[in-house]
Ligand binder design. Sequence first.
Ligand SMILES: NC(=O)c1ccc[n+]([C@@H]2O[C@H](COP(=O)([O-])OP(=O)(O)OC[C@H]3O[C@@H](n4cnc5c(N)ncnc54)[C@H](OP(=O)(O)O)[C@@H]3O)[C@@H](O)[C@H]2O)c1
Length: 268
Amino acid sequence: MGTVAILGAGVMGETLLSGLLRSGHDADDLVVTSRRPERAAELAARHGVRAMGNVEAAEAADTLVLVVKPQDMGGLVEEIRDHVSPGDLVVSLAAGITTAFLESRLPQGVAVVRVMPNTPALVDQGMAAVSPGRSADADHLEVAAQLLRSCGRVVQVAEKHQDAVTAISGSGPAYIFYVVEAMIEAGVVLGLPRPTSTELVVQTLFGAATMMRETGQHPTVLREQVTSPGGTTAAALRQLDDHKVRAAFISAMEAAAMRSHDLASGNG
Ligand SMILES: NC(=O)c1ccc[n+]([C@@H]2O[C@H](COP(=O)([O-])OP(=O)(O)OC[C@H]3O[C@@H](n4cnc5c(N)ncnc54)[C@H](OP(=O)(O)O)[C@@H]3O)[C@@H](O)[C@H]2O)c1
């Protein structure tokens, strides 16, 4: 992997940086940049890595991880393009920025990998999907996957599926928080103290997620196990079906994928 530069180390950049350090990556091989020099200096002091300007970092690193906001990507690539070597790997975490966009602005033949991460990476439970650009081979993909594995799980998808990934796992934590908020509110409506309701819901979510992961059973099977005929769960699920909650989830994620597609096509 060589020297890794994280260009635009904001929330997601620092998440990746701290994941790499926790997983044993040598701080001497990590470089960070930011628009504001004081932000890069703060990260360098906190994590023991080197802070540099974008150009210097592009020259020093073999793997360049671009973590600026999508609207800042054009400017960043313009700044570094003459300092990226043909053997370097460029990994982009920006939503909606295609490998073609980057390849057309970087020297010919530079390997590009596109990644859609998500915020549970903050607690090493991230879900990232990686897609290779035209010049990225299996080794490049493995380097990108290794970077992301430092803070969670990684799958490989064709780039045409990145809008769906954005809709499912990229935005996904927000839908889960939304459901959790509604369940906590329901507990309060039913008379539970808010902290008790919160504890019940968060641990139930954690327990259900752990059950799915550890048993490997389909969620339908697990749901049926808690749904006795004529019982309390069946009464609740009937209400969810009557309110078309399942259809609403599917429509919501279709809307997210369409929005992702529009943003990627510059129709933001
Ligand atoms: N957060 C998420 O949930 C999430 C999920 C999936 C994907 N992503 C992707 O991750 C990327 C970063 O998101 P974020 O939430 O980490 O944003 P963020 O906190 O705003 O971080 C972006 C950082 O880039 C810096 N920056 C901007 N232009 C720069 C330049 N030309 N050179 C160097 N640094 C520059 C910004 O500096 P200033 O602070 O000075 O502006 C900021 O520190 C986005 O492209 C987003 O699509 C984020």
